[in-house]
Design a binder for this molecule. Structure first.
Ligand code: PMP
Length: 416
């Protein structure tokens, strides 16, 4: 293809367009179409921002109607009917049935904004500054969120350390017996560890960018109990693993925990629109009016689609049940594909899953072979050694099978 404006004008910081050089023009369900009409099966889903696929017809119609009727689009944090409807729906369909009592804050448009708000709130509430996060964690690219992110390539340009934060090894804790948390216990007590007692621990239940390491539910429960005993706040970053990705609305539900703060973004709008929430226990609402604000805190277009998406998918158990069956199908399909490569393992949980390969070059080759066969999927992990699959949650079982078959061909081509 001739050199074009993307190549000459956009910064070299681009990444996805280098792996997938086509120009994508249209999208529907689990498919994207290039300018020349070539169809790609999308197992990338906007890095988890499109859990319900592209352009869901009912959400699209609602959006068109809202705009056609001059609905307010931008409103800072003013009250609008669209925001009211979203808050009421969240309360009725998500929070109440799960016995979760949270105040809701709109911290800005994206995932990194909700993490920033969570870190700031934890520091304000506790009066302590130190935040613990995990190795290979990913929490965003603004400086606070970056300080708790464990990816040295992403941190390098900003200088380290950024703020007062330390990393706890994640892998040691998610596999095998429940740890006794000896090191962590010492740090939390601030007794002889030399590490300041933290304000909070921030955790992803599945490390989406860090290699699809999945925390066990009993481990999460033990962590939550430990933090409670030491009066340290637990922040669950559900930006990627939330909104149904792991099979339940929140990724921590099966652990039976009630995190102090929860970060939500990516798929919450239901339509790939920028939207983020920070949820926190009511007693943590110590903000002063205007203390943490921003211009794009309440996108009414996103409120419109978000409220309807919650109704469409979360008003009864049927969506979750079907999803559970497809999760099983995906797991079995991945085990079969993984059997082709010695020592490779299936990683992750639910529809946030993939295959770890012992040779770090393999995953990139598999993704390239998949692209040649019109399947979009990305890689994950500190050395990009994991092939990551994130199909839309409402994909049909047939399309899921199609993707698995292409993946199998791609793995055989990349390793054969
Ligand atoms: N937290 C997690 C767990 C994420 O996966 C991401 C994005 N991949 C972020 C935070 C940051 O979100 P955003 O890119 O929307 O700022």
């Amino acid at each position: 293809m001739a050199t074009d404006i993307f190549e000459t004008r956009e910064s070299q910081v681009r990444s996805y367009c280098m792996n997938w050089p086509a120009v994508f023009e249209k999208a529907s369900g689990c498919y994207q179409y290039t300018e020349d009409g070539t169809r790609y099966l999308d197992f990338f889903s906007g890095a988890g921002a499109l859990n319900y696929g592209h352009n869901h017809p009912e959400l699209r119609d609602l959006l068109v109607e809202y705009v056609a009727n001059d609905g307010v689009t931008h409103s800072m944090d003013m009250k609008t009917p669209a925001k009211r409807r979203f808050l009421e729906t969240l309360e009725q369909l998500i929070l109440k049935p799960r016995n979760l009592d949270y105040k809701v804050m709109f911290p800005g448009p994206t995932g990194t904004n909700t993490v920033e708000a969570a870190l700031k709130l934890a520091r304000k509430v506790t009066g302590r500054q130190h935040i613990l996060s995990f190795t290979n964690a990913f929490h965003g690219m603004t400086l606070g969120a970056l300080s708790v992110t464990g990816n040295s390539m992403k941190r390098r340009g900003a200088g380290i350390p950024l703020t007062n934060s330390s990393k706890i090894p994640y892998d040691d804790y998610f596999d095998g017996d429940i740890p006794d948390f000896i090191w962590l216990e010492k740090v939390l007590e601030d007794s002889g560890s030399g590490v300041d007692k933290p304000a909070a621990v921030i955790v992803e239940t599945v490390q989406g960018e860090g290699g699809l390491n999945a925390a066990r539910m009993d481990w999460l429960k033990a962590l939550a109990d430990l933090l409670k005993r030491h009066n340290i706040l637990l922040i669950v970053d559900d930006v990627q693993a939330g909104c149904g990705r792991t099979g339940k609305f929140f990724s921590f539900e099966e652990a039976g925990i009630y995190p102090d703060i929860v970060c939500v973004s990516k798929s919450i709008s239901g339509y790939g629109l920028a939207m983020a929430l920070t949820l926190f226990k009511p007693e943590l609402d110590v903000w002063e009016p205007g203390e943490h604000n921003g211009t794009f805190r309440g996108n009414n277009l996103a409120f419109v689609t978000a409220a309807r998406a919650l109704e469409l998918f979360w008003s009864d158990d049927s969506f979750q049940q079907e999803l559970g069956e497809k999760i099983q199908q995906l797991r079995e399909g991945l085990e079969k594909v993984s059997a082709h490569v010695k020592d490779s393992t299936v990683r992750g949980r639910g529809f946030l899953t993939g295959i770890w390969f012992p040779n770090p070059d393999t995953a990139g080759k598999v993704a390239a072979e998949a692209y040649k066969r019109n399947l979009l999927l990305e890689t994950s992990g500190p050395e990009d050694e994991v092939v990551k699959l994130m199909p839309p949650l409402n994909i049909s079982s047939e399309d899921l099978q199609k993707g698995l078959s292409i993946l199998e061909e791609a793995v055989l081509a990349a390793t054969g």
